[in-house]
Ligand binder design. Structure first.
Ligand code: HDE
Length: 711
């Protein structure tokens, strides 16, 4: 058994949940290891269509070949419609649990109040705009859809990595999605919002201004799905045992902090490794670094609904955390990859309307429409019996009088399928015994097509977000909007959006307008209120202790490298929970001086050759000592490019002994300091370039590399 297999088995054994056990009954029995048709008949030849042939010439193929026909029929119908949005995604299993019962003051839902429970969980992350085959690292919102298989039924929190949305009322959803999706004339662009139609729409729909700021910030290009915050976005409600109701927003906060790529990296990885995020999630789980989030809630008692200058049911607004702090309740861990993509990640189906007793909806007009839409879309995608699919069925019993429909699997033996019935079959359950109880909400009004008065203000929070970013984050945001508007060639579009930006911030509008040839304002369209909140900058979520856990670190070597240092570095990185990759002039054994070349002994196995991987897919890299090796790296244009590219992406770069001289020559920038003194074990850290002169300092250099990569 290989190490990876052993590891996989270990991980699998460790994460058996009630849902994983439930899925086992549908896992195919592959123990027989022979080939049959779908009706179970053993097949003797899967490679040749039945023909009339003399053995020398092909001859006509016969329609009679039921085995060939079945194979082709099955293939012809393999595809189902991809999701109309969020088509590209990746999923993983895990669990959710709360730390204590503190939430019982807000809700009687055991999933949120019973610390002895571990609730099986499946999460699907996604991009929104692109098709199923689009790239992972595009600038986009990320879906963060959580299915909690509770003992009271499935609870889906269908959220995003951004806490607000483009529109306030569901009736606008087809418009925003048509606008952002590839344009109807030529189906361009794929995986991009950088086109006329999107910016045309958002320019005419100022309620989207806040969300546009978020998507154009670094949040739109996450480093990893594991380093994103998650938000329920919509306002839900909680009801406690005393019947009191609270408005609530749901939050997921990643253990490793919130990290993003740089735009240049995202663009390059889109081509170099379009599955970067999928692979990252799988790699981390398989290497024993499960993805982890804390779960928190913001709560507003029903009586305080109207205390704010924004409407708490407006999904284009956050609830500022200085006014309503997040209360941490528990954690979610994803520690198991799927066994099969299609049956799990593709067939999983989420519904905002799936809630459990103790949790309710609010009048949030975006949520109300979503509650209709998700169930509806699953019927198109998966058929009316989609809730019976293994990944979707609850772990608690399902008993009702719903019957028939295409692809019905469940067999109900009873002869009554209606209520009331003479057998008292499937009676409704009173709330005191767990039946879902709707909150008795008083409603009054005039039937009309309107939005609430406070829904009319669109710029205060866009400004709050912009004000809360660090200068570096603002620069990134300005570059991102400039990139996108540069791709709009309709003057009306980029001129009107640069005008809109002046409602958010004068400097922002000015700089973008200069960059893209828009309308450069001479004074602010409205004053900046100057308010900011610390938690809106992603730097706020830095882990308390810097960590290299699950980071990808490359060691660059050529023949003649220093083996002692490489071994020391690998051990140090492993101890810190990082994965180490050796990159060399070829995939295969690379030898230090003195080793017997060709023996494999005393060498290090390079996982990739210099052309096979680029610096972009690593978080940091280091160059060990060794005179011959350092010279070989210096003679290679690709390794020099590695250094310059990684430096440009603000990545930590380390070098030891002779490796330092190579690094200095490659970076070639004034102001960066190095320790090139082969006698000195002083660690010099300058602009993220960490150098040390002597061999004894190898471990020190490894420690120094633990600088967090925040850019
Ligand atoms: Fe969705 N959304 N959405 N959405 N959404 C879908 O449902 C819809 C919205 C989100 O991994 C669809 O199963 C409407 C907000 C995620 O399977 C569809 C409105 C948020 C996913 C749909 C919204 C989301 C979807 C397409 C406006 C963040 C992927 C396939 C009222 C809170 C779930 C599907 C997965 C998917 C409708 C707005 C998140 C068509 C009508 C706001 C994460 O039903």
């Amino acid at each position: 058994m290989s190490l990876t297999q052993a590891l996989k088995q270990k991980v699998t054994a460790a994460v058996e949940t009630k849902k994983i056990a439930d899925l086992q009954r549908d896992i195919a029995n592959e123990s027989g290891n022979y080939h049959t048709t779908d009706h179970g008949v053993k097949v003797a030849d899967t490679d040749n269509w039945l023909k009339v042939s003399d053995g020398t010439h092909a001859g006509p193929s016969l329609l009679e070949d039921q085995i060939a026909r079945e194979k082709i029929h099955r293939f012809d119908h393999e595809r189902i419609p991809e999701r109309v949005v969020h088509a590209r995604g990746v999923g993983a299993h895990g669990y959710f649990k709360v730390y204590d019962d503190r939430a019982s003051k807000y809700t009687y839902a055991p999933v949120l109040t019973d610390p002895s429970r571990s609730t099986p969980t499946f999460v699907r992350f996604s991009t929104v705009q692109g098709s199923r085959g689009s790239a992972d690292t595009v600038r986009d919102v990320r879906g963060f859809a959580v299915k909690l298989y509770t003992d009271e039924g499935n609870w889906d929190i269908v959220g995003n990595n951004i806490p607000v949305f483009f529109i306030q009322d569901s009736i606008k959803f087809p418009d925003i999605i048509h606008a952002v999706k590839p344009e109807p004339k030529n189906e361009v662009p794929q995986g991009q919002s950088a086109h006329n139609n999107f910016w045309d729409f958002v320019g005419l729909q100022p309620e989207s201004a806040h969300m546009v700021m978020w998507v154009m910030s670094d949040r739109g290009i996450p480093r990893s799905l594991r380093t994103m915050q998650g938000f329920g976005v919509n306002t839900y409600t909680l009801v406690n045992a005393a019947g009191e109701r609270f408005f609530v927003k749901f939050h997921w906060i990643p253990e490793l902090g919130v990290h993003s790529l740089m735009w240049d990296e995202a663009l390059k990885i889109g081509g170099q490794d379009p599955d970067f995020h999928r692979k990252d999630l799988e790699e981390a789980i398989k290497n024993g670094a499960p993805a982890k989030w804390e779960f928190g809630i913001q709560v507003i008692p029903e009586a305080n609904e109207h205390d704010f200058d924004f409407d708490i049911l407006d999904a284009t607004k956050v609830w500022p955390e200085d006014l309503i702090p997040v209360e941490i309740l528990g954690e979610m861990v994803l520690n198991r990859t799927v066994d099969e993509y299609f049956t799990e990640t593709e067939q999983v189906a989420f519904c905002t309307s799936h809630i459990v007793p103790g949790i309710g909806f609010s009048d949030d007009p975006l949520l109300q429409g979503r509650n209709f839409s998700y169930f509806d879309t699953q019927i198109t995608r998966l058929g009316i019996n989609w809730q019976e699919l293994p990944i979707n069925r609850p772990v608690c019993p399902v008993m009702n009088n719903h019957r028939d429909g295409a692809q019905r699997h469940r067999i109900n033996p009873s002869n009554v399928n209606y209520w009331p019935n003479r057998e008292q079959k499937f009676p409704p359950v009173p709330p005191s015994e767990g039946g879902y109880q709707d909150y008795a909400q008083k409603v009054q009004g005039i039937k009309q097509r309107v939005r609430g008065a406070k829904f009319q203000e669109h710029y205060n929070q866009a400004q709050l977000f912009y004000n809360s970013l660090t200068q570096i984050e603002r620069n990134h945001l300005i570059s991102a909007i400039s990139f996108e508007l540069s791709h709009c060639d309709d003057t009306v579009v980029y001129e009107s959006y640069t005008k809109l930006l002046n409602n958010i911030d004068f400097e922002l509008a000015k700089q973008v307008a200069i960059n893209v040839g828009g309308v450069v304002p001479d004074k602010p369209a409205r004053p900046n209120h100057g308010k900011s909140v610390p938690n809106l900058s992603q730097l706020y979520y830095k882990p308390k202790q810097p960590t290299i856990k699950s980071r990808r670190i490359a060691i660059l070597v050529a023949d003649g490298f220093d083996m002692v240092q490489v071994e020391g570095l690998r051990a140090a990185f492993k101890a810190g929970g990082a994965t180490t990759w050796v990159i060399g002039p070829r995939r295969g054994w690379i030898y230090p001086d003195g080793a017997i070349v060709g023996s494999g002994k005393g060498g290090v196995w390079a996982d990739h050759h210099f052309e096979g991987q680029r610096s972009t897919t690593y978080d940091a890299f280091i160059i060990p000592g060794g005179a011959k090796h350092a010279q070989a790296l210096a003679d290679n244009g690709r390794t020099i490019h590695w250094v310059r590219e990684a430096f440009g992406h603000c990545k930590p770069i380390g070098a030891i002994c002779e490796g330092v001289a190579f690094l200095r020559e490659a970076v070639m920038l004034p102001g960066v300091e190095y320790n090139t003194n082969l006698e000195s074990d002083k660690v010099v850290n300058s602009y993220g370039v960490v150098t040390v002169g002597t061999i004894s300092a190898a471990n020190l250099a490894a420690d120094a590399l633990k600088i967090e990569q925040d850019q």
